[in-house]
Design a protein around this ligand. Structure first.
Ligand code: PAF
Length: 252
């Protein structure tokens, strides 16, 4: 696996793969990789001949009071995981390479961004659209894979790709859960053992008929940002202590 920290090397590797008629698959990540990411990579390997994975903790999708500094980072471990997953190319850009004109969002998310996450993280989807668009510009993939755990993000990215007329297929990969049904997330690393027990109840509650915020609070969560149905899914964001979890299940 090639590991690149600058776009010129990456662009040359992708150009060579395209010249060899390879379909380019792309999985953007913020690192702290887990089995959820591996399922995206595996989908990428099924759907493409040459898979690029980026690791970039994107500052513009974090508000000043969020966990940008504390976000889990372990590059060595991530690279060895990607090597094991037979990724062709890992791309770890600098902040300057992604934001040459200064760290700020330069794209506005569309309709799909309205409500849900945006009520609580108004900056978030502009940051996601900006970084994903910039990464697409550099990687030039044929297909890109996003997890359905971040369901609204998947919808926002699809809308952005259509609005920008990018010729990139966007695929959603199924949510990967632990044996208790907890959706895998890099932020699960923040949970203590007691908090983990509470977190594992969320998916069970979401599967109930008409679950209420109160049912989530009763299960031990400290705050519910939203529980709402859209796109045929029931989506929820809730806090345990300082950790915010999101999940979604099919709406009944
Ligand atoms: O889902 C994520 O990990 C991030 O939002 C993404 C898509 C890599 C953009 O920074």
């Amino acid at each position: 696996m090639d590991v690149f920290d600058n776009q010129n090397d990456l662009i040359a590797a992708v150009a060579a793969a395209k010249k060899a008629d390879k379909r380019i698959g792309f999985v953007p990540t913020m690192g702290a990789l887990h089995d959820g990411h591996l399922s995206l990579v595996n989908m990428g390997r099924r759907e493409a001949d040459f898979v690029v994975v980026s690791i970039f903790v994107n500052p513009t999708q974090f508000a000043p009071d969020e966990d940008f500094e504390a976000y889990p980072r372990d590059t060595e471990r991530d690279i060895s995981i990607l090597e094991g997953a037979k990724v062709d190319c890992a791309y770890l850009p600098s902040v300057d390479e992604i934001y040459p004109n200064g760290v700020a969002s330069n794209l506005q998310a569309g309709e799909a961004a309205k409500g849900l996450e945006s009520e609580f993280r108004p900056h978030f989807f502009d940051g996601v659209c900006s970084v994903v668009h910039r990464l697409f510009e550099i990687v030039q993939p044929d297909v890109a894979i996003f997890g359905k755990k971040d369901y609204q993000q998947l919808m926002v990215v699809r809308e952005m790709v259509k609005a920008q007329r990018l010729d990139i297929e966007i695929l959603g990969a199924p949510i990967v859960r632990d044996v208790h049904g907890l959706a895998l997330s890099s932020r699960n690393a923040y949970l203590s053992d007691a908090e983990l027990k509470v977190a594992r109840r969320l998916n069970l509650i979401l599967k109930h008929d008409r679950p209420t915020p109160n049912a989530i609070l009763k299960a031990g969560f400290d705050k519910v940002d939203y529980i709402e149905e859209r796109w045929g899914r029931r989506l929820c964001a809730a806090w345990i202590g300082k950790t915010r979890l999101i999940d979604n299940v099919p709406a009944s």
